[in-house]
Design a binder for this molecule. Structure first.
Ligand code: SF4
Ligand code: MG
Length: 340
């Protein structure tokens, strides 16, 4: 099977305006710094990492809301990294985004019906008003909204319902790929599961391919087939979801996992949590060699700060970039789930 999306050596550098951040030196933020991965047709790939790791930038590059500095993005066999705005327009139908904050991405003055109609109008489809309205009502029904609320405005809906509006708009044109950028992190925990279930159902029914972005590992487990963990603009580990949770190899993945809540209070007390010291370093001035060495509990001076580890297959099949990957015993201490 050939991947639906192939990302190779993707780089995005943002120039810093001389001043505040760099004390007048100018320079660049290495937001995404040589990222490569494939996304197979029909799979859900998770992109996980703390804020500033480049996951949202990666999402915006893939959907070409941003122009890459370099690298290639093959979508359905075609390199889309350098296409012009005009050439991208037909592609926009096949790739849609769902954003974190549904409210700020919905025009408050428009009715829900006209918000969900927008993609049809932008792409010159379904010009017949009655037919379009019927399609929009079907979409509302499909995402669990009452079609009778067609003429309501966004403020009349709850947070979860607003995200359903965002989902309806994203699937309106039957895209091949949906990129969901932290689609539930602004929602109450009780509502999160409903939206995740909706996305899973839609994926099954529509054969969607989903790139699912999250800032921690607690929501992606049951959502994703494979997960890529990012740190300061690079992928540090990539594995099947079960392998990533069962035997993470990169110490950063281990630290993220050790902060995922465990329901069992005995296990919770016994676990050896890895609390990462310090803040995420600035992507304008990332640490040399292994970028995680300033916070890594396993860092070895003279190696980790000198040689950059490359992504390679580790024990259990995980792909990780680390000179001293976690052993199973270390994992068992930090992530004491019954499944390890
Ligand atoms: Fe930690 Fe060294 Fe591995 Fe980097 S290479 S994650 S510093 S052990
Ligand atoms: Mg983000």
């Amino acid at each position: 099977q050939t991947p639906l999306i192939e990302v190779r050596d993707l780089v995005k550098h943002f120039p810093i305006r001389s001043g505040f951040l760099d004390r007048g030196k100018g320079g660049v933020v290495h937001a995404v710094d040589g990222v490569s991965f494939d996304v197979m047709q029909g799979e859900t790939l998770g992109l996980v990492g703390e804020s500033g790791c480049g996951k949202s930038t990666t999402a915006r590059l893939i959907t070409r809301l941003l122009d890459p500095t370099s690298g290639s993005i093959r979508f359905d066999g075609r390199d889309i990294a350098q296409l012009s705005r005009k050439e991208l327009k037909p592609l926009r139908r096949d790739m849609q985004m769902i954003f974190q904050d549904p409210y700020s991405s919905l025009n408050p003055r428009k009715t829900v019906g006209s918000i969900i109609s927008e993609p049809f109008l932008i792409h010159g489809m379904e010009k017949d008003d009655a037919k379009r309205r019927k399609l929009v009502e079907e979409l509302m029904d499909q995402v669990g909204l009452n079609p009778e609320h067609y003429n309501r405005r966004p403020h009349e809906f709850s947070g979860g319902q607003r995200q359903r509006i965002g989902v309806a708009r994203a699937i309106a044109l039957k895209p091949k790929v949906v990129v969901a950028d932290e689609p539930v992190s602004a929602l109450d925990v009780s509502i999160q599961a409903q939206i995740l279930n909706l996305l899973r159902e839609l994926q099954r029914d529509l054969g969607l391919t989903i790139i699912f972005i999250a800032h921690d590992l607690s929501v992606v487990r049951h959502m994703c087939d494979r997960i890529a963990v990012m740190y300061l603009g690079k992928i540090v580990e990539l594995a099947d979801a079960d392998a990533l949770y069962g035997h993470p190899r990169h110490p950063y993945t281990g630290a993220l996992l050790s902060s995922v809540p465990v329901p069992d209070p005995v296990l919770a007390r016994e676990r050896k949590q890895t609390v990462l010291g310090g803040d995420v370093p600035s992507p304008a001035n990332p640490p040399k060699a292994c970028r995680f060495h300033t916070r890594c509990p396993k860092a070895v001076d003279g190696t980790c700060d000198v040689d950059e580890p490359q992504l390679e297959v580790k024990e259990g099949g995980n792909i990780a970039a680390c000179h001293f990957p976690l052993a199973d015993a270390e994992v068992a201490a930090a992530v004491p789930t019954s499944e390890v």
